[in-house]
Design a protein around this ligand. Structure first.
Ligand code: HEM
Length: 420
């Protein structure tokens, strides 16, 4: 499973709708149909808690939103959700436009950039400024960019290995601890230097009071929420942006249509939130990128006995599915390996069953940042594509590294100025 990750989870569908596999002795019920994935995410959502992944990653994310269940999760979510409503998103979009324009202005014709790194740094700057009023310098940005994939990668290995591995004095565990400490150092700096008097999400957390006791939120809990938002909001969006430019370069007809659309709407200027709805083709490109490059697997755990596709699954059992396998399942998608943004034209997408497209999960843990991510991606791509065409460096093949998320192994690209 760890060696051939995508092939392993794709192949499970040939064994039936529910397949029992073992993670170092621990049974995992893997569901392979859209219908059952939808049931796990949204159908009986209060019967499924977060599973072994978040247990193994608790040292990193503590009790942040992504790792908690039940009433506690609901309370924290209620507090954080308003930061993703329309009005704050409009405010954040100004920062997205400014940062994208700065990047577009910083390139020289013929310059080669590590696009994966640049996109992840941009995503880190966007979340830092919008949610925490923090300007991460190059060192802090590099710390997040290098430590977060290590935390996720080793968390996945821990989850899929025999229990107890993480307690042994192994180099791999020391690496995990160092990476966690690296992310925590950056976040502690951000939390400690805020006075809580800004119009941002960090100030909401610093000023929050318990509804019953009136007590302030503990420092540790604030740190857990900030670590969660920072990593959940940057790795995903940064890698999706990198893959988007990779796909444009591999699909010249798609690239031409994106260029024609942004030229028509922007005429060379930076994009704003008002432009996003006027870029329908680019929105389909974004939807298609999130189909091709979603999470590898998602896990949950039953908190009561559940019937799944006719199988009786006892309480306390790990249940999982692969968004990547569902997004490439020929039962739901014609030519699933083809990058085809027009499959998202409303008349063609209407037949897609629930659960077949789940880049942002669903149910109680549905990604609160989905609109934030869509707006950010549209603004960044439109602003850069209005000025630059990004061309792959020959002889440097790009392939996905599957670390929970799909990262490009590298993505050197040369920026060519587009005629204005
Ligand atoms: C393309 C970009 C993004 C993708 C593909 C994505 C995907 C996801 C997915 C699949 C989950 C559910 C995880 C699970 O339940 O196991 C999730 C949760 C979450 N995401 Fe996103 N996300 C993206 C962008 C963002 C952004 C921009 C933010 C914030 C700035 C964010 C913040 C969160 C948080 C806080 C959670 C936990 C929610 C909860 O458990 O209640 N995400 N995301």
């Amino acid at each position: 499973m760890l060696r051939q990750r995508l092939a392993f989870t794709a192949d499970l569908r040939s064994h039936g709708p529910v397949v029992r596999i073992f993670l170092g002795g621990l049974p995992l019920y893997f569901v392979t149909s859209a219908e059952l994935a939808h049931q796990v995410l949204t159908g009986e959502t209060d019967k499924f808690d977060k599973g072994i992944f978040v247990d193994k990653l608790r040292r990193a994310f503590g009790n942040g939103l992504v790792s908690t269940n039940g009433d506690f999760h609901r309370r924290q979510r209620r507090m954080i959700q308003p930061a993703f409503h329309r009005r704050p998103l409009t405010r954040y979009s100004e920062t997205m436009t400014a940062l994208a324009a700065d990047l577009a202005n910083s390139w020289r014709d013929g310059q080669t950039v590590s696009l994966d790194r640049v996109m992840r740094d941009l995503a880190i700057s966007v979340v830092g400024r919008t949610l925490f009023s923090a300007d991460f310098g190059p060192a802090a940005s590099a710390a997040i960019r290098t430590h977060t994939p290590t935390v996720i990668r080793l968390g996945v290995v821990r989850a899929l290995s025999p229990p107890g591995l993480e307690k042994l004095p192994l180099p791999v565990n020391r690496r995990f601890d160092r990476a966690v400490a690296g992310v925590h150092r950056v976040v502690d700096d951000v939390v400690d230097s805020s006075r809580g008097d800004r119009d941002d999400l960090l100030s909401v957390l610093l000023n929050a009071r318990d509804e019953d006791t009136g007590e302030a939120m503990g420092r540790q809990q604030i740190r857990d929420e900030v670590v969660t938002l920072l990593t959940a909001g940057t790795e995903t969006t940064g890698t999706a942006l990198a893959w988007l430019f990779h796909e444009l370069a591999r699909n010249p007809l798609v690239e031409q249509r994106v260029h024609a659309e942004v030229d028509d709407v922007l005429g060379g200027r930076a994009a704003t939130i008002d432009d996003v709805r006027r870029l329908p083709y680019l929105q389909r490109v974004i939807t298609e990128v999130l189909r091709r490059y979603p999470l590898w697997i998602m896990l949950r755990r039953t908190n009561t006995s559940v019937s799944l596709g006719g199988a009786r699954v006892p309480a306390g059992t790990e249940v999982g599915f692969s968004p990547h396998a569902l997004h490439h399942d020929p039962r739901y998608y014609d030519e699933p390996e083809r990058f085809d943004p027009d499959r998202w034209l409303p008349e063609r997408a209407a037949a897609l069953p629930k659960g077949a497209y789940v880049p942002f999960a669903g149910g109680l843990h549905h990604c609160p940042g989905h609109a934030f991510a869509h707006i950010e991606m549209a603004i960044v791509v439109a602003t850069l594509a209005a000025r630059w065409r990004l061309v792959p460096v020959p002889g440097k093949p790009v392939r996905p590294k599957v670390i929970g998320l799909l990262y490009p192994n590298r993505l050197p690209m040369t920026a060519h100025s587009r005629p204005r």
